[in-house]
Design a protein around this ligand. Structure first.
Ligand code: UD1
Length: 362
């Protein structure tokens, strides 16, 4: 029995790390393949170091490219890996191009696929992640959901309920394991701000940053908000590229910083007055940290972060963003309740299901 875990981009690492550890604990043989979709030290290696992920057994060095070329190159390289290693199960997580590419290769070679974070739907097919999610789910054999609505979406799409396992959230396993250490390191000191007296921003969705009009309008309103409370902005490479290309100038109250390592970012999030984001992971993490989160999108695949958490969708409308920030600043914001099974044990549940599946009981 050989399990082949596949990672590729930043959000995969914190989801896969606790699963790798849980597989080690039950001594199931495994290998780790990194596609190289993300390759900068602070987008990749730093997460291996901080999360105690073993170095990949196989590194495919795919790098950046158009969607079709990146996906195709991962597929060609991963097909060779599967032919050489003959895994019995391929485990993928989330919704990035590496997720779909690896799942598709495995399914075509009749290797069963397990999908961590299955069943999420934004119902916005303009998002590449939505395409990746839907397709990966439909070719997976074990589907691990993070919130109950995922089970409903999968049932509505005709996926057999026997394949679907509601296990909770692996990203939360990682968060709970590291949050104390992250806060102890006081990463805000290095940024010259005080706990509770700054906001934190992440922005990297193509729909927000690749359209010059939308991107500059967003930065205008956020620049104004930063006059009241400084905004720390770890800049994703995609976003940095456009800031440079379009020669965008921002006020000094807007602190542009490098993409942060896991612990520093978690510590910054934990003590932020509020967070502005278009990321999926950050919506989940702020829910766990009970920090107000404004999502700069009109849809979310993570409704539990709204029903149980601190998240609110504000889109990119300046008036909506301003209104929400005013509410937060006057301490008029919803507190979070822990979503079901976001308890730090999702990866153990996943490995239990895998063990039952190995023994033919699932
Ligand atoms: C990808 C995922 C997205 C996820 C995000 C997290 C897809 C379709 N998108 O988006 O779901 O939220 O990762 O970061 O898989 N770049 C670097 N260094 C790197 C990686 C990328 O400079 O290590 C630059 C390159 O110019 C590249 C651009 O960032 O073209 C975008 O990278 P890519 O992996 O294509 O998509 P992301 O926007 O990172």
């Amino acid at each position: 029995m050989l399990v082949c875990n596949v990672v590729g981009a930043r959000p995969n690492f914190m989801k896969m790390a606790p699963v790798v550890r849980a597989l080690q604990n039950v001594q199931l043989p495994q290998i780790l393949v990194h596609t190289g979709q993300h390759y900068d030290t602070n987008m990749s290696q730093v997460f291996f170091d901080e999360l105690g992920l073993p170095q990949p057994d196989i590194y495919l060095e795919i790098g950046s490219d158009t969607h079709a070329r990146q996906t195709a190159r991962i597929m060609a390289a991963f097909e060779e890996v599967c032919q050489q290693q003959q895994p019995d199960l391929v485990v993928v997580s989330g919704d990035v191009n590496s997720t779909l590419a690896a799942a598709l290769v495995a399914a075509k070679l009749h290797i069963p696929v397990a999908h961590i974070e299955a069943g999420l739907r934004s119902f916005d097919r303009a998002m590449p992640e939505e395409i990746n999610r839907v397709l990966t789910d439909h070719i997976s054999d074990l589907l691990f959901t993070t919130e109950e609505i995922g089970n409903h979406h999968l049932a509505n799409e005709g996926i057999e309920p026997e394949k679907v396992h509601f296990v909770g959230n692996c990203m939360v396993d990682t968060l709970l394991q590291h949050v104390h250490k992250a806060v102890e390191q006081s990463p805000w000191t290095q940024q010259g701000v005080l706990p509770g007296e700054y906001a934190l921003l992440t922005l990297h969705r193509p729909s927000n940053v690749d359209d010059r009009g939308i991107f500059t309008a967003l930065l205008d309103i956020l620049g104004q908000l930063s006059q009241d409370i400084p905004i720390l902005f770890p800049v994703h490479p995609r976003t940095q590229h456009n800031i440079t290309e379009w020669q965008i100038q921002l006020p000094a109250t807007f602190h542009l910083i490098e993409p942060q390592p896991y612990l520093a970012f978690l510590g910054l999030m934990a003590k932020a007055r509020y967070v502005l984001t278009d990321s999926g992971g950050v919506q989940q993490e702020t829910t766990m940290l009970n920090v107000p989160c404004l999502t700069l999108r009109t849809t979310t695949e993570l409704p539990v972060t709204i029903t149980h958490g601190t998240n609110k969708l504000v889109g990119t409308d300046p008036a909506e963003i301003e209104k929400a920030v005013l509410k937060i600043m006057s301490a008029d914001w919803q507190l979070s309740r822990q979503p079901p099974l976001w308890d730090g044990h999702a990866s153990q549940r996943i490995v239990q299901v895998i063990q039952q599946w190995v023994s033919g009981r699932v």
